[in-house]
Design a protein around this ligand. Structure first.
Ligand code: GLN
Ligand code: ZN
Length: 762
């Protein structure tokens, strides 16, 4: 049976592309040198994919920054202000990606948004009044030729017109509709070119289809593709979807003249049902995305073959593929030198997934010609199942039982929130418009040096902690001097809000090289939840306790919430997300109770990433996510006394649509990013009788700019008007760890000064 992949990581096995691009930006290598490195990376991948006998190898998966940005170039939809810089092609490309400030002008980058339900970010296309949409397929065909020279047969892969159209925004006077014909024409032209070049397949990706579609959307999709497919002639068109199922347009897409349809069986909860209930056209090929492209675990062949067995007799032509592009997993296991074979054998990164596809191709052939029983005798199958069913050695029966025994009352905190809030104000002596920060203070050179010395074994844990304590002491003194009301310890013991907790919890493991692209040249290395998660010792208590002893003002304990820890890790696949969230919740709960015991009266549990993994389909929001997510959060704090104040923090303010859920987290205070929004959320809070006290960020921490007293006063006056003085806190948007110390001090001084002014007018 044939095999395919949808896409591949581009950043390089050792992040070669990242480093090369960054060198190019710093003028340390020439354009030609950069192009050569890129070519070599493409070559290595293609040869690898060929070696693993992938039948359908997609071209155009390479990118210097982002695939949507490449689509912008493909459509020649470059906003005028970038063209006006008069830079060469590559530099124009990077100007769009990162902005440009220099002798040719001063332009900002396009904005960036999260790519569906991944941690990848794409550049949002902007269509201005000058846009002259037309095909510019040089990149596609150059790379195709390049592969051909290596005797690798690739087919073009592109983001489709529907998804592009939906993601794009207009910036001029023209309406979006006015661009549609030109956009469609680009794809008509592209197919024409494919025909001229005798290309057999083209892969058109439409992930937008796995989100909720209105009838109007579906009609639009139908119109677009009727036009495109009318012109397709000999080239075969694969409609590729991923990140979910196509439940509301399955019929439409199976009736259109596609030659292949790619569906996701990993995240597409209804994919199998759609096919078995509604049938699949005999004249089309199903590209069955059965190998999970988003997670790092070895594929369970039994599961996959069961799915395929269910499709047997219902689908005539099948190609085995991944559920989405392999962009979202790390490169290879080959370079992980520190983890034991016992652990590594459970994983499969991009390269290893190629081998899995090869084996599954053979196994499904056996299945197609024989039966499931016959497959089970196969050596590949037996070997795979032996690993899948083996104990991983990090099981903890006790913690699993505790989770099972959780009762509804374990998620409910004592005391009604309004009562608690009153008691806390008095007991903790919290003034109106209390000023505070989100947790971290600038990670100065000294702070980073201390950590790196400790990691390299150059200093002992005692020495490391001694230095951390000194940083904390300085931080407390600084905050007192500035005059903040509720202090923090500064988070000098951590460089990352998830990694730090992962490292201190049993059940977590860390890789050396498992980088995944987040955007552009930025990569992240998420920790892996390998076994049952449990706290084995206090994590942050010593630091917080020390900080509190230095001051009479309350110091907030600072923790990361279970949903965020889970969302920024690679999760297990052998137990449910909710079970993992509850395990982490229990661990954080123990930490919360220890902090309380140590005299910490305010505890902040950050849920920076709560919104990130909201399912793509609204009907799944609660049952698949929020129901257990919010419970896991409440589990963390439901054991505290009424006069212990619980804060939470979120890195966004777009929560209109989940406002009730945020209130249901039952925190006493929430701080969130707001300075870049127009504060419309505040009206919403009022209309919905939002009970949690709020600290909408009064200045943007993403830039070194120091906000003036006047602008903070202006923001605060609006906030007081909308929220009321009783419920308002004053704080920056987010943590200060990426900022410099000078600008931080000035900004916070202005924040305190502005608060004084506003308070005097109350
Ligand atoms: N407490 C964390 C900090 O201040 C929160 C970070 C975040 O929300 N991303 O750094
Ligand atoms: Zn934040």
């Amino acid at each position: 049976m044939k095999t395919a992949i949808i896409g591949y990581p581009r950043i390089g096995e050792n992040r070669e592309l990242k480093f090369a691009i960054e060198k190019y930006w710093r003028n340390e290598i020439t354009e030609n040198e950069l192009l050569e490195i890129a070519e070599k990376l493409r070559k290595d991948q293609w040869l690898k994919q060929k070696e693993e006998k992938i039948s359908f190898i997609p071209g155009n998966t390479f990118s210097f920054y982002d695939g949507i940005l490449d689509t912008i170039i493909l459509l020649n939809a470059i906003p005028k202000h970038y063209k006006d810089l008069g830079l060469n092609e590559l530099n124009t490309y990077f100007a769009i990606a990162r902005g440009y400030q220099g002798e040719k002008g001063d332009v900002k980058a396009l904005s960036m948004r999260k790519w569906y339900n991944t941690n990848y970010h794409y550049m949002v296309p902007e269509l201005d009044d000058y846009a002259e949409i037309k095909l510019n397929a040089d990149k596609i065909f150059n790379e195709l030729e390049e592969a051909k020279k290596l005797r690798v047969n690739t087919h073009p892969s592109v983001i489709g017109p529907f998804t592009f159209y939906k993601l794009a925004k207009t910036t001029g006077n023209k309406e979006k509709k006015e661009y549609l014909t030109d956009i469609v024409n680009v794809y008509v032209e592209l197919l024409k070119k494919c025909n001229e070049k005798n290309i057999d397949w083209i892969q058109i990706e439409e992930p937008q289809l796995v989100t909720d579609q209105t009838e109007k959307d579906i009609k639009l999709f139908e119109e677009i593709y009727t036009e495109i497919l009318k012109n397709k002639k000999d080239v075969k068109v694969l409609l590729q979807t991923y990140f979910g199922d196509v439940r509301d347009c399955y019929k439409t897409i199976t009736e259109l003249d596609f030659d292949g349809i790619g569906l996701d069986f990993a995240e597409g909860r209804q994919t199998e049902k759609l096919i078995t209930e509604k049938g699949f056209p005999k004249d089309k090929i199903l590209f069955a995305g059965v190998v999970n492209g988003k997670n790092i675990w070895k594929c369970d062949y039994k599961k996959v073959l069961n799915i395929l067995n269910n499709l047997k007799g219902k689908v005539e032509n099948i190609v085995i593929t991944t559920s989405c592009s392999l962009l979202h997993v790390p490169y290879t296991l080959r370079n992980e030198k520190k983890l034991s074979e016992n652990i590594l054998r459970h994983f499969s990164f991009a390269e290893e997934k190629l081998s899995e596809l090869k084996e599954l191709g053979e196994l499904s052939q056996v299945l197609w010609e024989n039966s499931l029983e016959k497959v089970q005798e196969n050596e590949f199958y037996v070997k795979n199942q032996k690993i899948i069913t083996s104990e991983k050695g990090m099981e903890d029966k006790e913690i699993r039982d505790t989770v099972k025994k959780l009762k509804d009352s374990d998620f409910v905190r004592e005391g009604a929130r309004k009562e608690r809030q009153k008691i806390q104000r008095e007991e903790l002596n919290i003034p109106l418009l209390a000023t505070t920060t989100i947790g971290s203070f600038p990670q100065t050179k000294e702070v980073k040096l201390n950590r790196s010395k400790f990691r390299k074994g150059e200093i002992s844990k005692e020495e490391y902690d001694k230095n951390v304590f000194n940083f904390i002491k300085e931080c407390i003194e600084l905050q007192e001097k500035i005059g903040l009301d509720v202090l923090v310890h500064g988070e000098y013991e951590r460089n990352d809000m998830v990694e730090f907790f992962g490292e201190n919890l049993a059940g977590y493991i860390f890789t050396e090289k498992a980088w995944v692209q987040s955007y552009g040249t930025r990569c992240v290395k998420p920790p892996i939840i390998f076994g049952d998660v449990k706290r084995t010792k206090p994590i942050s208590v010593l630091y917080s306790e020390y900080a509190q002893k230095l001051t009479k003002k309350p110091v907030k304990g600072m923790l990361t919430g279970p949903v965020t820890i889970l969302n920024w890790s690679f999760p297990r696949e052998d137990i449910s997300l909710s079970e993992m969230a509850f395990q982490i919740g229990l661990a954080i709960r123990e930490e919360v109770l220890d902090l309380e015991k140590a005299g910490i009266k305010i505890i902040q549990i950050d849920e920076a990433a709560l919104r990130e993994k909201l399912p793509l389909r609204k009907e799944d929001w609660h049952k698949e996510y929020l129901d257990w997510g919010l419970k896991a959060f409440r589990l963390c704090h439901s054991g505290v006394k009424v006069d212990t104040q619980i804060h939470t923090h979120m890195c966004y303010s777009q929560f209109e649509d989940i406002i009730k859920d945020i209130d249901n987290m039952d925190a006493d205070v929430i701080t969130f990013e707001a300075s870049r929004s127009k504060l419309t959320i505040l009206d919403f809070l009022k209309e919905n009788n939002f009970e949690t006290e709020v600290g909408p960020g009064v200045y943007d921490i993403h830039s070194p700019r120091v906000p003036s007293v006047e602008e903070i006063v202006a923001a605060l006056e609006i906030m007081v008007k909308k929220i009321g003085k009783e419920k308002l806190w004053v704080n920056p948007d987010c943590g200060l760890k990426t900022r410099g110390i000078t600008e931080t001090v000035k900004s916070l001084e202005n924040l305190v000064e502005a608060t004084k002014i506003v308070k005097s007018r109350l």
